[in-house]
Design a binder for this molecule. Sequence first.
Ligand code: BF8
Ligand code: SF4
Length: 665
Amino acid sequence: MSEDTKKLDLINRTIDETAKELLKVAEKEGISTAFNRAAEIKPCPIGQKSMCCKHCFMGPCRITKKTPVGVCGADVDTIAARNFGRMVAAGTSAHADHGRDMAFILLAAARGETEGIEIKDVEKLHAVAGHLNIETEGKTKEQIGEEVALKFIEDFGRQKGGINYIRRAPKKRQDLWKERDLVPRGLDREVVEMMHRTHMGVDQDPKSLLHHALRTSLTDGWGGAMLATDLSDILYGTPTPIKAKMSVGLLKEDEVNLVVHGHEPSLSEMMVVASQEPEMLEYAKSKGANGINMAGICCTANEVLMRQGIGSAGNFLNQELTILTGAVEAMVVDVQCIMESLADVAKNYHTKLITSSPKARIPEAIHIEFDEEHAMTVARKVLREAIDNFPNRKKGAITLPDYVSESIGGFSHEYIKYMQGGTYRGSFRPLNDAIMDGRVQGVVGIVGCNNPRDVQDSAIVQLAKEFIRRDILVITTGCGGIACGKQGLLAPETMEHAGPGLREVCEAVGISPVLHVGSCVDNTRILTIAADMVAEGGLGDDIADLPAVGICPEWMSEKALAIGCYFVASGVHTIFGVGSPVEGSEKVTRLMREGWEQDVGGKLEFVPDTKEIVQKAIETITKGRKALGITEYVPGKFGAEKVLMDMADRRRLEDEQKAKAAAAK
Ligand code: BF8
Ligand code: SF4
């Protein structure tokens, strides 16, 4: 392959124009990114299919035709189920540990032990106390906050019985969990039990291992992640629609650019406040900057976007590229999805990489640890580091792509309810009615990551467009939400791409056909929306009855698998793109499809082809509508039928355009 073709291939691994531009900078400067590393590192063909076990030192054992079982006799089915179980446990732990930290911050805030953090949304605090059966009459918000925090903290270590929030699921779902022995005990117990079961020589039944994966994931979906969402709302405010810019083009040449990256909202919330303080702005001026510009990456971005309208510089695959602009004074990272390569990329520029979590250290980074007791002091310290670095920019090394999209985020579950009837009459009636009469055919959640094994943002954006065109409402979170935002799908103009039925409903209610509901822990907002739609009536009596599908088109993280599992355990047909992490075991693949569908009504499938994902989602929505006895899905009746472009089509089109451009020169 010639050098030129290599270059061309790499920039075709994203549909984000700013990423293309910055990949050219990487190429020119010889800086390595995930894009070129993914091209250079071929996944291990055995590990990729989960045909390898390293759970003890008699191995690692590779399963082949010649050696169909490991030294201990474990076959590929047990091995694949064990590997999958551990991935789900890790993903669950990441989300739920974040939730636990939020509970401790609420406790500290309620006890007056925080600096700058206090209970902001009292209405939400009361609603949460209600879910926990905590009496609120005559109590101060601090008293209620303390009780809520303590009750949540207790949930993490619950040894017997179920965690509190399972009661937020529809009654039928709760009964099914009881009947199937799926009611999750505390996070700590379920995760430890998963580690125990998957130790050498313990659980040897793939079905039983997968069953426990579902139960473990429920401590995430209806536990840790749901708490993380609710507690962030209580402390920093429940989101309402808010405008925000998206794409790396929002960085400013004449201002201090401070990028927050990771998942936790607390330090970034404090930095928003600090960045607006007159003394800080004066300090920035004294260093030659015209202001302070905050931007986010990944889910910390989603947290401050949802609540403060802080723009997002991009999603997972934009993190290294953002530093390549040469215009980032500091990138502050907390936990999860932070590439280890950031330190190496930053070395080529003046950018300071700052770690803030005691759980996530990077040797080359500056460590300024966040603690709630000194939250504002820490935020100001970080900000000063960034401002001090402004004069160190390498003047000739700045590449700021000239593109930025306007988006609207901030669609919390509470706001979606409110906008369908106002403060006193908020309900899900209009949406349920629209689904029942067929103006809206169903709801699809498009969530999750980027994966450099696929073209960045391509599947997410293609799917979102396909569904809204077919009158299917799209709810999005995480890197999926940012992908939609960068491509302009979160702007009101998206209405033009929607089918006429969906368009009518969105115009009447005042929403966009693609709703960004937040970060990855905010996938639990999708669960609470689904539970409320069931409670509203007319669409069955369980989440499994809704004409709804969950899709994770470009997944890469273990958290995505945890989310997938709790969606399935809640009754949702869930489809992942990219490829299957259990491909080597037909039995495990079948159990997740047919076995789980029989058991819990939801199923998990791995479908790399985007066209096939659309087809499968529509089949499920059609089947769901039929079972409810509501208008059958008629393709083209509401939305215009259009052929979906696949990658080959897209490449062909790009080649044609390039040929045309070359001919015109
Ligand atoms: O938690 S979507 S790449 S950033 S794991 Fe990570 Fe995946 Fe992005 Fe948010 Ni979620
Ligand atoms: Fe091999 Fe069994 Fe040990 Fe796994 S647990 S490494 S299959 S001997």
